[in-house]
Ligand binder design. Structure first.
Ligand SMILES: Cc1cc2nc3c(=O)[nH]c(=O)nc-3n(C[C@H](O)[C@H](O)[C@H](O)COP(=O)(O)O)c2cc1C
Length: 104
């Protein structure tokens, strides 16, 4: 099996309407991630964002390069980048703190 790249970062949200904007980030990400073979996890606690991306190295690096230029978050801190054989998050998933969802 080929190696996959996993990248994890933490950032600080600049989202003004978090529930709406997270939904739109997810809808714009889903088809691209699926097309590129990228899966992962996006967590949001109302202030910090934590995302792990995993997929083919070239594609995963290119999506991360777009994400770090996105003005919807700031103070992006790379937590880890490494090659893996097996996905930890085999589906594209996101979790929001319940209060954030109910503020929609
Ligand atoms: C917290 C956060 C996570 C994101 N995650 C992804 C992602 O997993 N996949 C993706 O394609 N875009 C993601 N985006 C959106 C990208 O930053 C970017 O807007 C998108 O790739 C479109 O870029 P383009 O218009 O230059 O093609 C995310 C944005 C933010 C703020």
């Amino acid at each position: 099996m080929k190696d996959l790249l996993t990248i994890s970062y933490r950032s600080v949200s600049c989202l003004r309407k978090p529930a709406d904007e997270i939904s739109s980030i997810l809808s714009e990400s889903l088809s691209r991630n699926q097309r590129l073979g990228i899966t992962g996890l996006l967590l949001f606690d109302g202030n910090f964002l934590l995302q792990t991306l995993e997929g083919p190295p070239v594609e995963t690096k290119s999506v991360y390069a777009k994400i770090i230029c996105d003005l919807r978050h700031t103070n992006i801190t790379l937590l880890s980048t490494r090659l893996i054989r097996t996905r930890v998050f085999p589906t594209v998933t996101a979790r929001l703190r319940p209060q954030v969802t109910s503020e929609a």
